[in-house]
Design a protein around this ligand. Structure first.
Ligand code: 23J
Ligand code: MN
Length: 263
């Protein structure tokens, strides 16, 4: 590609304007009903999203509307920074404010496991399945976001989405050896999922526990949770843009995740 950098950007914005590059929103709405993870006692939990009106064209502010917002960092569609996990706490540049910003943008590899998840909500992606995907689509490139399409985001309502049973939540995720492989043997930015967290619902019982968080953040990689519209992405060819809020020493943040897709 010998296109001059300035022309690349001109072509990109022209493509977006003309619709030959589609912009797909991978973000769920952020509202009080947005599902959040619920860890068992005695573990502490985060607050759900809330809006508190400061003024709305009224005595508190006659010509303006604005709100205070509250929520945990890991609410709705959100970014997991390496500092989120014990295994990632000593990496330099591991928090939301000091991750190099070019690491928020990368090509998307989309692995579709919807059929397997339909049959088994506890489905775990394996290394063999990733290698099978690579046999069809090529090796996962350096700097890629690895997105797992499960269609889990199509579940309506928090109860069905969180799918908590007597023995805890049942949602799909990664086999431990799979995330170890992705974190150590592929130079990825991180992984993205449609579920409430990047680990499977039952991952608290795995060895190691929460292997996706453990291996990804241990390798200074990121997580994206509660994505939607992954069914609108091709297996390869899309670009994902996922910059978290610049919270100083933040472990993550809600964010808007966009994909650029060749039409
Ligand atoms: C804290 C503890 C366990 C988990 C999580 C957070 C998340 O999924 C998260 O949002 O990072 S599994
Ligand atoms: Mn998180």
């Amino acid at each position: 590609m010998d296109t001059a950098p300035a022309q690349l950007l001109t072509q990109l914005v022209a493509g977006i304007a003309a619709g030959s590059v589609r912009v797909v929103d991978l973000t769920v709405p952020l509202e009080p009903g947005t599902p959040i993870i619920n860890l068992p006692a005695p573990l502490a939990n985060s607050q759900p999203f809330a809006l508190e009106v400061i003024s709305r064209y009224d005595d508190q502010g006659p010509a303006w509307y604005w709100n205070n917002i509250t929520c945990g960092e890991h609410t709705g569609t959100h970014f997991d920074a390496p500092i989120h996990w014990l295994s990632g706490r000593d990496h330099p540049g591991n928090a939301t404010h000091d991750i190099p910003v070019q690491r928020f943008i990368g090509p998307a590899c989309v692995l579709d496991v919807t059929a397997a998840v339909q049959a088994n909500p506890d489905f775990l992606l394996t290394r063999a399945m990733v290698e099978e995907w690579e046999a069809h689509h090529g090796r996962i490139p350096a700097g890629a976001w690895v997105l797992v399409r499960t269609d889990w985001s199509k579940r309506q309502g928090a109860a069905d989405y969180l799918n908590v049973q007597a023995d805890g939540p049942h949602t799909p995720g990664f086999d431990p050896q799979c995330v170890r492989f992705l974190a150590h043997d592929r130079d990825i930015l991180g992984v993205g999922v449609e579920t409430v967290g990047t680990d499977a619902g039952q991952a608290g019982t795995f060895e190691p526990m929460f292997p996706c968080h453990t291996f990804m953040h241990g390798a200074n990689r990121f997580g994206l949770a509660q994505l939607t519209n992954l069914d609108r992405l091709p297996p390869t060819g899309a670009v994902v843009i996922a910059p978290p809020l610049k919270i100083v020493n933040g472990s993550g943040s809600p964010l808007r995740v966009l994909a650029l897709v060749p039409a």
